[in-house]
Structure formats: structure tokens, C-alpha cells
Write a protein that binds this ligand. Structure first.
Ligand code: 3HC
Ligand code: NAI
Length: 692
């Protein structure tokens, strides 16, 4: 065995040379990995005793792609395309041996080898689209040559990895190895190739799978149409389609060259920078400043949920899906039965779409124990309260829970706004209490705000932070304040949206601007969906706000087929002239002069106060880092990932621009726009919220 460089070594077993890459955590294609591959293959090729070459990786995975941390920095040689040419043009068969996740550039390395072998658990994929990119090392040219245009585009546009068995079926992988015995299997395979004098199979030379697409541009048009909605606002996907089309229309070398050009151009876009920011931001959230990896974790083997309403149901479903039994308690049989029926219907609908089997539905429902007895929570390792948003009710529920839950159980509230410390104070174990703020629908939305109370113990926090990914959530630790991070910032946008319609913008103008920006829906469509009567009561309503007037008129949102919008039976929204009139009259009664408001002002007034609030949240230590706030908005509210979250977006707009506009608005519209000191400081320093 000989070291090639610090991350690569060469071993010779008879006639087979093995180049092993060992660059934890994921063997990404850093300069030293590229160098190791190049020199390893060169040395093996130059050794006359060697008749075949195996490329394999140590650790948890085959090369998982380009080294994303190197993007945007000056690149040092050897360059990936040259390394790939070297592999493909080797005079002896090269076998790529795959385990873990052969992704992006890693999969592209494998595609230049003459043969591929994989353990059954291995996965292959081209996830570049998730980083606002297209494959940049031949992936768009080679994969279609192996699997055809449609399958290749499916892989490239979804970014979703596929398993080794599928890869074998599709002809991407030549052999499946025995699990855990990849190297032995790869050596045996290589020896067989030598014995059979097997040809040097180059994917680039194939064209049979491209034939069905030749002269059929409508294939690409159909794919474009099918994906238009999903990719609204994203730049990279059109390029991916164009590049795969080049595989059909152009000679290989030209296609690769064009692919590289598009890749490099996309690398420089704000969108790709934003998506790369989100990739790392998501992984940062798991790191809690004062909690080390040795913090003891409490086992969570059973969960209790209090309240089988909208949120309780969704919360329970997360655990059932993760294989964790759930006891759910309610105050009435009707509420309990309704909740259980909704969960079942939800799972059955998923099964109808083919994403679950009926046996899995039964398995999940079998883990659910509904009860009217609070005592049923006694054995749970974690209890999550999801009763009505009412402080007195929550306090009494926690008092009761304190009397029932076993020692060491973690007690969580799903409150949207209320003070966790006040709730915790009603128990004799405030160190075991924290907030677990799920987002609706809780079985779908990936965000979990983990609300750290003043007394929450580190082990409780570490346990819940570790639990989040197990139930498919991205957990973000936030501090106690009204609305925590997400809803506190949302309140800023909702306030401005209401002011804007009073001043002359229509609800549809505001919604259109926000949707064009990339959010899934605007503030008024969102209010209609949630119900305008949340927190409204007929007894105290005095027609003192637009919302009160709408509620009094029975326009309470989608559920009453009318809110800000009118709705038909299919819940399609239509702007309402009547609502415009209500707003006009209300503005007149308040002496507010209406004017025409441009789209730029709508966007700035909706987003800049959010950014300003984000700066306050950071300064108060209610979020650990700006990128955590970005993650909250992306996974909790559908902020467009290609804009990187509100704080990253502020950086791309320029903090001075944001600050100047806030100051201008402060003069025109008052204190709501008073700039946060942290924003002023960063702007003065020429700084940014996001750390490079
Ligand atoms: N470059 C640099 N760092 C990477 C990386 C990459 N491609 N992939 C993962 N990492 C880092 C992560 O940031 C994380 O670092 P941290 O421990 O400091 O937070 C660490 O490796 C472990 O990653 P995960 O926590 O994500 O580990 P998992 O085991 O959950 O997942 C994975 C492993 C499936 C490989 C996942 O990390 C992943 O999807 N990585 C990105 C893969 C990718 O996008 N590849 C394509 C890159 S673009 C490209 O190849 C261009 C080419 O076409 C030219
Ligand atoms: P909901 O009204 O749909 O459900 C509340 C349920 O709690 C009802 O089924 C009720 O019967 C039950 N309940 C009331 N008192 C109880 C008690 N003492 N013991 C057991 N069950 C009891 O309310 P929803 O929307 O599920 O909200 C629950 C909590 O989640 C609130 O704190 C809310 O602020 C929060 N939340 C709501 C979100 C939403 O979008 N609906 C999003 C995130 C958090």
C-alpha cells in the first residue's frame, strides 16, 4: 500500500490496482481528492503488472460530489474534467466501486469509469439542481446515454437519488456486490474483466438510448410543461433541460463543453449562492452553542399528545410514521374520534397516491392509542401539549401534567405565541419543559421551532434537537418571545399588508407581489386559509378593523367561501369588488387618503420590516445565527429557497439599501420602520448577516 497524498492511497493486489479515497466526512472532490484520483490512476496505468483499476472510497460513502465549500473560490488544479478524461481514456478497465451516496461530481466520476459495481444499499444521483446548478462534469451528457432522455431528466430535475437495485435494472451499474464486501467483490469483478479481456466501455460512445429522442423536441416541451409549476422562479432547470437536449443534438465533446459553460454561469448566480447557503444553514441548525456532543440524551420511545385538533393530529402523525407509539388524549369522545378519523383519512389518502401501502397505514394507526384519560400519559417519555391557544388553559394542563408524567419525561408545548417560562413555572420541573412549535400542516411542514425556556436543561434541549431529524424535521432553537422567530417576523409583514390596503393597494396587488417574489401565497390568501375569525369574537367585535367588518359580514375565510376573496366550490379565489368597497369606505372613515402604490413599495414594506425584526431577534439572542432565521422562513413559511431566506436576501439586496429605505419609510410612515441598531451597525461596517 502506498500513500499518493494525504487523502488517497494505491494498493496492488496481483493484477488489480485499487485507488482508495479517504477524505471524511463525505469524500467530496476537494483539490486533494482530485489530485489523489489523478495521480492514483496515472500510477496504476503506468504499472505494467496492473491490468485493471478499482476506484473505491473509505468511510461512509463514495464521493458525494464536488466540494461545495470550494465553490466561488479560485479553483486549484487538477480540474475535474481533466481527471475524468484521464479515467475514461485509461488503457485498462477502470471499475468504480460504490457505497453510500455517489452524488453529483462523485456519480460523474463513476460514469467515466468503464464499469460500475455497487452494494445494494448504495445510492446514485445528481442533486445539483438543489444547489441551483446543473451537473457540471458530464452528468447531463453521460446519464441520458445510459438511461435515455426521460429517465435522465427525471433524475436531474428531481435531484433525488436512486438505489443500486434500480441502477442495476437501468444499466447504470453493471454488478451488485455483497453488502459489506464491496472491495472483495470489486476485485473479483475486475479479475473477471481481465480474464474475459473485457472492452473499455465508454459511456460517451453510446448513443442507442438517445435514438428515441432524436427529432422529437416535443419530449422536452412536455417535460418543460410538466415541471413549470414546481420550478416557478428557479433558473437552473431550464438549463438542465437544454443541456440534456444537447446530449441528443450535439456531438459529445460539444455537449460537455456547453454543459460546463452553463454550470459555471449558474455557479455565479445569486440563486445558486442562496441555495448553497441554505444547504449549509440547514446543517448548522443542529449545532447549539453551549451544548457539546457528549450531552446526555434521554431516550424517546413513547410520546403523548394532548389535544387531537388540527395540530395534535399532525404532530402525532410524525411520530407514528417514525415508528414511535403515541398516546393522544382529548376531553371529549367526539373530538377524539374526529381526530383519529382525520389521521386515518390522511394516511389513506397518501396510500391512494401510492406513497404508502395499506399495511403501512394499519401499522401506523396500530401505534396510536387514543384516550380520554389524562393518566394515559404517565409512561410517555415526551408529552406535547396542543390544546387551544389560551394561557390559563395551558397553565392548568401543565399543572395536571406535572402530577401525572413520570420523572424525567420531557414536557413540551406547541404554543404559537405564549411564554414558555410562564407555562413551565406551573410545574415543579421547569428544567424539563420547552416549546416544540410545529407548523401547519404539522405532518408536512418540515420546520420545528425548539423553544428554549430560561430553565430548560441542556439534556432536554439536546434530546429534542436530536429527535427532530428522526421525525423528518429541521429543528431550529429559538428563544422565548412573542411569536418566537417565525410568527414574530410574520406579524411585521401582516401589519404592513393591512396598512397597504388601507392606503390604496388591493389585497390582490399585495398577494401578487408576494407570490411573484416566490412565496407560495400572499398574506391575504393566507389569512383566508387560516380563517379570519382566529381570535375574533362576535360579542366584542365593533367594526373597528377591516377584519372585524369582514367577520361580522360572515366573510370568515375559505371555510365560509368568502373572506378577502370570494371562493367557488373548488376553492378558487376571485378578487371581490365588495371587499374593495369595504376597504375604501373604511379608509375614508379613518381619514386615510388612498393612493396608487407601486409593486416595489409593496415588496419593500412587506419584507424590510421582517428583516429589521430579524436583526432585533439576533441582537436579543432569540436566534443563534442569521442563517437559523433563514431556515425558519424557508421550512416554516415557504420563503423561496433561491432567495436564501430573509436575512440572506437582505445581504443580496445590500444592508445599506435596506437601511436607507427603512429610514425613508420611518420619516413617511412612522416608528414601525425604526431601524434596528444591529442593522445600522452592520450596514455602517459594510458587513452582512450571513457569515461566509
Ligand atoms: N461538499 C462539502 N461539504 C459537504 C458536502 C459537499 N458536497 N456534502 C456534505 N458535506 C458536509 C456537510 O456540510 C456536513 O458538514 P458538517 O458536519 O460540518 O455540518 C458533513 O459533510 C456531513 O454531511 P451531512 O450532515 O449532510 O451528512 P449526511 O450523512 O446526512 O448526508 C450526504 C450525506 C447525502 C452526502 C449529504 O451531505 C449531501 O446530500 N451532500 C451534498 C451532495 C451534493 O449536493 N453533491 C453535489 C455537489 S455539486 C457537484 O457535485 C457539481 C458537479 O456536478 C461538478
Ligand atoms: P384546535 O382547536 O384544532 O385543537 C385543539 C384541541 O385541543 C381540540 O380538539 C380540543 O378539544 C382539545 N383540548 C382542549 N382542551 C383540552 C384539554 N384540557 N385536554 C385535552 N384536549 C384538549 O387547535 P390547533 O389549531 O390544533 O392549535 C393547538 C395549539 O397549536 C395552539 O396552541 C395553537 O396556537 C398552536 N398552533 C397552531 C397552528 C395552526 O396553524 N393551527 C400552528 C402552530 C401552532
Amino acid at each position: 500500500m502506498a500513500a499518493i497524498n494525504p487523502v488517497a492511497e494505491l494498493t496492488i493486489d496481483g493484477e488489480v490496482a485499487t485507488v482508495t479515497i479517504n477524505s471524511p466526512p463525505v469524500n467530496a472532490l476537494s483539490q486533494s481528492v482530485r489530485d489523489g484520483l489523478k495521480r492514483g490512476v496515472e500510477a496504476a496505468a503506468a504499472n505494467e503488472a496492473v491490468k485493471a483499476i478499482v476506484i473505491i472510497c473509505a468511510g461512509r460513502t463514495f464521493i458525494a460530489g464536488a466540494d461545495i465549500t470550494e465553490f466561488g473560490k479560485p479553483h486549484a488544479p487538477p480540474y475535474l474534467p481533466n481527471v475524468l478524461d484521464l479515467i475514461e481514456n485509461a488503457s485498462k478497465p477502470v471499475v468504480a466501486a460504490l457505497h453510500g451516496t455517489a452524488l453529483g461530481g462523485g456519480f460523474e466520476v463513476a460514469l467515466t469509469a468503464h464499469y460500475r459495481i455497487a452494494v445494494p444499499s448504495a445510492k446514485c444521483g445528481l442533486p445539483e439542481i438543489k444547489l441551483g446548478l446543473i451537473p457540471g462534469a458530464g452528468g447531463t451528457q453521460r446519464l441520458p446515454r445510459l438511461v435515455g432522455v426521460e429517465k435522465a431528466l427525471d433524475v436531474i430535475l428531481s435531484g433525488t437519488p436512486f438505489g443500486a437495485r434500480e441502477a442495476k435494472e437501468w444499466g447504470v451499474v453493471d454488478e451488485l456486490a455483497e453488502e459489506g464486501k464491496l472491495h472483495e467483490s470489486a476485485l473479483a469483478f475486475a479479475r473477471r474483466l481481465i480474464a474475459e479481456n473485457a472492452p473499455l466501455k465508454k459511456v460517451r460512445d453510446r448513443s442507442d438510448k438517445l435514438e428515441p429522442a432524436r427529432g422529437h423536441p416535443e419530449i422536452f416541451e412536455a417535460i418543460r410543461k410538466a415541471n413549470a409549476r414546481k420550478f416557478r422562479g428557479f433558473e437552473a432547470w431550464e438549463k438542465a433541460i437544454e443541456s440534456v437536449r444537447n446530449a441528443v443534438d450535439l456531438p459529445f465533446d460539444e455537449g460537455v463543453l456547453k454543459e460546463r459553460e452553463m454550470f459555471m454561469a449558474l455557479l455565479a448566480t445569486t440563486q445558486s449562492k442562496a441555495q448553497r447557503h441554505v444547504f449549509f444553514a440547514e446543517r448548522q441548525t443542529a449545532k447549539i452553542a453551549d451544548i457539546g456532543p457528549d450531552e446526555p440524551i434521554r431516550p424517546i420511545q413513547s410520546v403523548g399528545v394532548i389535544g387531537a385538533g388540527t395540530m395534535g393530529d399532525g404532530i402525532a402523525m410524525n411520530f407514528l410514521a417514525a415508528g414511535i407509539p403515541v398516546r393522544i388524549v382529548e376531553t371529549s369522545k367526539e373530538a377524539l374520534d374526529r381526530g383519529v378519523a382525520i389521521m386515518r383519512r390522511n394516511y389513506e389518502n397518501t396510500a391512494k397516491k401510492g406513497r404508502l401501502t395499506m399495511a403501512e397505514v394499519e401499522e401506523r394507526m396500530g401505534r396510536l392509542a387514543p384516550s380520554l384519560d389524562f393518566g394515559a400519559l404517565a409512561d410517555a417519555d415526551l408529552v406535547i401539549e396542543a390544546v387551544y391557544e389560551n394561557m390559563d388553559l395551558k397553565k392548568s394542563v401543565f399543572e395536571r401534567l406535572d402530577g401525572v408524567a413520570k420523572p424525567g419525561a420531557i414536557l413540551a408545548s406547541n404554543t404559537s405565541y405564549l411564554d414558555i417560562d410562564e407555562i413551565a413555572a406551573r410545574t415543579k420541573r421547569p428544567e424539563d419543559v420547552l416549546g416544540m412549535h410545529f407548523f401547519s400542516p404539522a405532518n408536512v411542514m418540515r420546520l420545528l421551532e425548539i423553544v428554549r425556556g430560561a430553565k430548560t436543561s441542556k439534556s432536554v434541549l439536546a434530546t429534542i434537537a436530536g429527535l427532530a431529524p428522526k421525525i423528518g424535521k429541521v429543528g431550529v432553537v429559538v428563544g422565548v418571545c412573542h411569536g418566537f422567530v417565525g410568527n414574530r417576523m410574520l406579524a411585521e409583514r401582516q401589519r404592513e399588508a393591512m396598512k397597504l390596503i388601507l392606503e390604496g393597494a388591493t389585497p390582490w396587488d399585495v398577494d401578487r407581489v408576494i407570490v411573484d417574489f416566490g412565496m407560495p401565497m400572499g398574506p391575504f390568501a393566507m389569512s383566508d386559509l387560516a380563517g379570519l375569525d382566529i381570535g375574533w369574537s362576535a360579542e366584542t367585535s365593533k367594526r373597528s378593523t377591516i377584519r372585524e367588518i369582514l367577520c361580522e359580514e360572515g366573510r370568515r375565510g375559505q371555510k365560509t367561501s368568502a373572506g378577502f376573496y370570494d371562493y367557488d366550490e373548488a376553492r378558487n379565489a376571485k378578487p371581490s369588488a365588495h371587499v374593495e368597497e369595504i376597504i375604501r369606505n373604511f379608509a375614508a372613515s379613518k381619514g386615510v387618503a388612498q393612493r396608487k402604490i407601486g409593486d416595489a413599495e409593496i415588496l419593500e414594506r412587506c419584507t424590510y420590516p421582517m428583516i429589521n425584526e430579524g436583526a432585533k431577534i439576533l441582537a436579543e439572542g432569540k436566534a443563534q445565527r442569521a442563517s437559523d432565521i433563514d431556515v425558519v422562513w424557508i421550512y416554516g413559511y415557504g420563503w423561496p429557497v433561491y432567495r436564501g431566506g430573509p436575512m440572506f436576501y437582505a445581504d443580496t439586496v445590500g444592508l445599506t439599501t435596506v437601511l436607507d429605505k427603512l429610514r425613508e419609510f420611518e420619516v413617511k410612515f412612522g416608528d414601525d420602520f425604526k431601524p434596528a441598531p444591529l442593522l445600522e451597525k452592520l450596514a455602517a461596517e459594510g458587513g452582512a448577516f450571513s457569515k461566509p
